[in-house]
Design a protein around this ligand. Sequence first.
Ligand code: NDP
Ligand code: 2IT
Length: 446
Amino acid sequence: MLDEKIEPFFDVVVRRNPGEVEFHQAVREVLESLGPVLAKYPEFTEHRILERICEPERQIIFRVAWQDDAGEVQINRGFRVEFNSALGPYKGGMRFHPSVYLGIVKFLGFEQVFKNSLTGMPIGGGKGGSDFDPKGRSDDEIMRFCQSLMTELFRHIGEYTDVPAGDVGVGTREIGYLFGQYKRITNRYESGVLTGKGTGWGGALVRTEATGYGTVFFVNEMLKARGSSLEGRTCLVSGSGNVAIYAAEKVHQLGGRVVACSDSDGVVHDPEGIDLELLKQVKEIERGRVADYAERRGSATFIPRGNIWDLPCDVALPCATQNELTGKDAATLIRNGCVAVAEGANMPTTPEGVRAFHEAGIAYGPGKAANAGGVATSALEMQQNASRDRWSFAHTEGRLEEIMVDIHQTCHDTAEEFGTPGNYVVGANIAGFIRVARAMVALGLV
Ligand code: NDP
Ligand code: 2IT
């Protein structure tokens, strides 16, 4: 429910950003938590922080023209929304997916502001991407597209300005092509302008694993707070991309078992536990589908267009996309005995799903807290680039775990302080918001 003092702000956001339903959803979820914060800190109202924080500082939309392998000209749209720089340079990923439009980029940028604040690192929030569909495109096409996109984007980014990284459809390969073109245009080896680089050319160890590993550290902390752990737990991980693969890997390392993953074609059910070496081979090397995995794994079955949330589990980790877990799915998970949910993806659970988890008393970790390990490790990559240093895997993973434990504790304690113990949504939104709001007040009306 929206506080009656906050409702008019939300109405303005809907009116000023017509049709951007995912952005409205993300804003509403944060505003719903903020009533008690405004009551406690009147200066935030005096400085009109809510209105300012919902308006991106800068929104860039541009044409990306490129030629496909058949010689045909293709036109896509590129975006970079620089949302808030009160805490540091804009920071956040680039998404390449046909569903990308301004409303998606703004929802992701808005979430990123609070997520980045929660990490405790000096990074503001931004997000970008394109409606380019990488599926079925050759390596050459991907390179030409990335080069064309960077030929415009380069003038807006920089290690002190805006630091993009990967997201859906953008991994180390794409970051390589983007970085190469930035370097060529600017004639600067400015490592800190992008994160998620290859580990041989300025990328941090653990950045590839960080989002998935971090999500699992977070869910393990939620379970520990309830006197339990991941040991022996059956888990579902939706998706089969970067976040899903490394979430599954960390579940296995901590003694749980992931019995299913998915893609937009369907679900793989593997009761013996997903074989991660095979999944990495299929997805990362061959760029195949989960159906290809199932074909090569005797214990697995592929369920075309199946719903992963129909399978029984103790722990659910949505790691694919927004609004992939509905109220109905939440009810099924609860009925099947699920005790904890942590979001590797951004906003994967619908508002009805979140409500159902809270009403059932399930440990529910929202994306802006649970998946913050990715961007936190990006900040560690920036730190290494700035000092021209290189940290070991063990040291970096140790830092990531400390950060996730700290985020969990902050969300947990903030929820208690504001009278909603166990509600990590309230904890994450309030703790993330206060740090940004204080900085905005301190920096004056800019
Ligand atoms: P990838 O591109 O590596 O993988 C995305 C996976 O999700 C694929 O398996 C894809 O299947 C699946 N997927 C995407 N859209 C849909 C859909 N509409 N229905 C079903 N499955 C879908 O992306 P990431 O793993 O990097 O990102 C996954 C999520 O995690 C996103 O929400 C992203 O914003 C979030 N995230 C990512 C971070 C990172 O560091 N990469 C950091 C924090 C959050 P298919 O191949 O069929 O499309
Ligand atoms: O949603 C996210 O936090 C990301 N895609 C990672 C952003 C980053 O800058 O590492």
